[in-house]
Design a protein around this ligand. Structure first.
Ligand code: NCD
Length: 430
């Protein structure tokens, strides 16, 4: 063998698109044995794999027809194995999803709706504890992850900000992550540095969810955004394939739009207009990823031009906290999505979204409050969808999704039929 056993096996798993568990099952060996073959050759526990295994794996990888057959059978394994990150049940990036796996997650989110709408209760995660570690400001992501875990019967421990955590005493990400793993069964982490949540994830084997890593990614937000778009489109009788999506605002530092553009590109024939103030354009590495899938991607600094004919307007807040002093000085804030521009550029069935928070203060140039009573504004339907989608994420990562249906019981209290005073039939609370 010209490459090391470790590289050979890793490459085989990558090409077959199989996790360690599934790969071990396919070749009929124990996961523990595979782990020892995957260790670096110098290490104490390293074992050489039998010659017959090496020949069998080579044969599978080299034979195109067999390769397809084995990769396809893998599609029927548990969802958490198919979306695993580096063999672990963690959600770090939307890159972990295919169109099939994302839609499977949404089928689970649909099953969670009666719980999210307070019609049913479930205790499939009874006894499990979530650690919510938020080192950056958050309201909805932290609370909705916590509420989602609680609504599945688990409980939540929180820490917020650096000031009250041991990171203020110089503790490393590795130590923090390993210590927390002894206390809790899953972690959601938000941190100001891109790549930091992946670092947390490497230091533990418990499920980790990226709740936002600086200007990097925000996968759960993109998942709930896509779920919202599909739900709204199904109400409107539209298909996502071929739709026109306008992403608006701070596309440079907005992690929600980074994840969303990549996730939406799993669909076919989309037109994206990327509308940003000068200097806040979408990074090239994200655009390149989406453009390899054959979508039309147009960039503009003109709001009118970018919104014209859009099926979805996704507005974002300018992430001033990530600006350098020069960027702050040169920034021109004249960039607001409001009723006048939506009426002028889009049809009656456009949907207007925003990850929130929006800056609603006088003179702020964020999504205007003058659309608040307009049914095209989907922002609160979007936030509500955060609960079933995050419940689905936990159920999948913790491997309990098949138990949910039979665990449902009626609620004992009576919630209001419309949870917000402005909620209409569009809210989906029927
Ligand atoms: C966003 C975030 O934190 O990235 N908020 C959220 O999680 N819904 C958007 C923002 O802060 O502007």
């Amino acid at each position: 063998m010209s490459v090391s056993q470790q590289v050979f096996l890793r490459d085989a798993m990558r090409r077959l698109n199989l996790t360690r568990d599934v790969f071990a099952g396919r070749i009929g060996v124990k996961r523990r044995a595979l782990d020892t073959w995957l260790l670096p050759e110098g290490s104490q526990e390293f074992r050489a794999m039998p010659e017959v295994v090496m020949r069998f794996v080579t044969e599978i990888v080299e034979n195109e027809a067999l390769l397809r057959k084995y990769s396809q059978t893998a599609q029927s394994g548990p969802l958490r194995d198919r979306i695993a990150a580096d063999g672990k049940h963690q959600l770090l990036s939307v890159d972990q999803f295919s169109r099939e796996s994302v839609e499977e997650l949404f089928r689970i989110a649909d099953q969670m709706q009666p719980i999210a709408r307070r019609q049913k209760v479930s205790r499939v995660l009874e006894g499990a504890v979530l650690g919510n570690l938020f080192f950056e400001a958050s309201t909805r992501t932290r609370v909705s992850f916590g509420a989602a875990f609680c609504r599945l019967g688990g409980s939540v421990c929180d820490t917020t900000g650096f000031t009250f955590s041991s990171m203020a005493k110089g503790e490393s990400i590795y130590d923090t992550s390993r210590v927390m793993s002894g206390y809790v069964d899953a972690m959601v982490i938000r941190h100001p540095d891109q790549g930091s949540v992946a670092e947390f994830a490497r230091a533990t084997n418990i499920p980790v969810v990226n709740g936002g890593d600086g200007p990097g990614e925000h996968p759960s937000q993109a998942l709930l955004d896509l779920y919202t778009i599909l739900t709204e489109f199904s109400r409107l009788g539209k298909l996502l394939d071929g739709a026109h999506i306008a992403l608006v605002g701070d596309l440079k530092y907005g992690r929600t739009v980074h994840s969303l553009l990549k996730l939406l590109s799993l669909y076919r024939g989309l037109k994206f207009t990327l509308v940003s103030p000068r200097g806040l354009e979408m990074p090239d590495y994200i655009i390149e990823k989406a453009s390899t899938r054959g979508h039309v991607i147009e960039q503009t600094h003109s709001l009118e031009e970018g919104l014209r004919g859009a099926d979805v307007i996704y507005a974002t807040r300018v992430q001033k906290e990530r600006f350098s002093p020069e960027e702050l000085e040169n920034f021109s804030p004249d960039f607001q999505v409001n009723k006048a521009i939506v009426d002028a550029c889009c049809g009656p069935d456009v949907i207007v979204m925003h990850p929130l928070p929006r800056d609603s203060r006088e003179g702020a140039h964020d999504l205007s409050v003058d659309l608040n009573h307009d049914p095209r504004l989907a922002i609160f339907r979007q936030t509500d969808n955060g609960i079933p989608v995050r419940m689905a994420i936990f159920a999948v990562l913790m491997g309990v999704e098949s138990l949910v249906q039979h665990s449902l019981r009626d609620v004992t209290w009576s919630p209001p039929s419309h949870i917000g005073p402005d909620d209409s039939i569009f809210h989906g609370v029927d």
